[in-house]
Every structure is written in C-alpha cells, then in structure tokens.
Ligand binder design. Sequence first.
Ligand code: C2G
Length: 130
Amino acid sequence: MKRIITFGTFDIFHIGHINILKRARKLGDELIVGVSSDELNLSKKNRYPVYCQEDRMEIISSLKFVTHVFLEESLELKLEYIKKYKADVLVMGDDWEGRFDWVKHECEVVYLTRTPSISTTEIIEIVRKI
Ligand code: C2G
C-alpha cells in the first residue's frame, strides 16, 4: 500500500488542480490531500480565498481519486502531517520545486509540472475585467 500526500488551497477549483491530483494518485494507492486553511492563506497571500475552507474541502472530498482530506493549518507542520498520515510520497507542483526537500529523510518528494496558462489568480483577473 503506497500512500501519496499533497497540499494546496484549491481555490476556484480548475483543470490544473484536477491534473495534479490525478497524476498524484497514479503514483500510489491512496491520495491524502491537505487543504490550506483560510487563515494560512491570509498569512501566505495577504487575502482570504474566494471559497471558504469548508467548501474547498467538500469539493476535494468529492473527487473519486481522493481518499482522504484534512485541513492544513501551517506550512511548517508538513513533516507532522506526513508522519500522521504515514505518507510514502509528498507530491507538489513545480512552483514549489526544492521548497520541501527538507522532508526527504521521511518520505520521497516529487514535484510535478504545473498545467500551463491557468491559475486562480488569472481567473480572478479575467472575471474582474468582465
Ligand atoms: N497547480 C498546477 N497547475 C496549475 C495551478 C496549480 O499543477 N496551473 C498545482 C499547484 O502546483 C499545487 C496545487 O495545484 O500543487 C494547488 O495549487 P494552489 O491551490 O495554488 O496551492 P498553493 O496555494 O500553492 O498551496 O502547503 C503548500 C500550499 O498549501 C500549497
């Protein structure tokens, strides 16, 4: 049994999110997803997500290739979450390349290529202009 763990805000859910979650799941048998809390987002990006954490968790839980969802409350707790969920592989998009190499003594770390030309920030910009 190989367990994969990944993290993200997944605000204004889009195809880039689907692509990374699907590819992550293919690397193992279980996919555990840490959804960043509203407060974590405020501290990281200086704004609250458009969708609240309960809704973002509900969306991710509804995906057939996701096994378990939990709330990620701090970036520094990565190692604790990896241990708690007994993850064998940490998957992140390559916008985080190298940033989580410090957990390599606990599990394998894989950075997957981001889907080009789509992001939550871009969607917000497009909608603003309409
Ligand atoms: N992603 C992607 N392609 C895109 C957009 C996003 O592959 N076009 C990936 C990101 O690389 C990330 C995941 O989708 O792995 C979630 O993206 P975000 O919601 O932007 O996540 P982020 O705010 O970077 O939070 O602990 C880490 C953070 O919680 C990650």
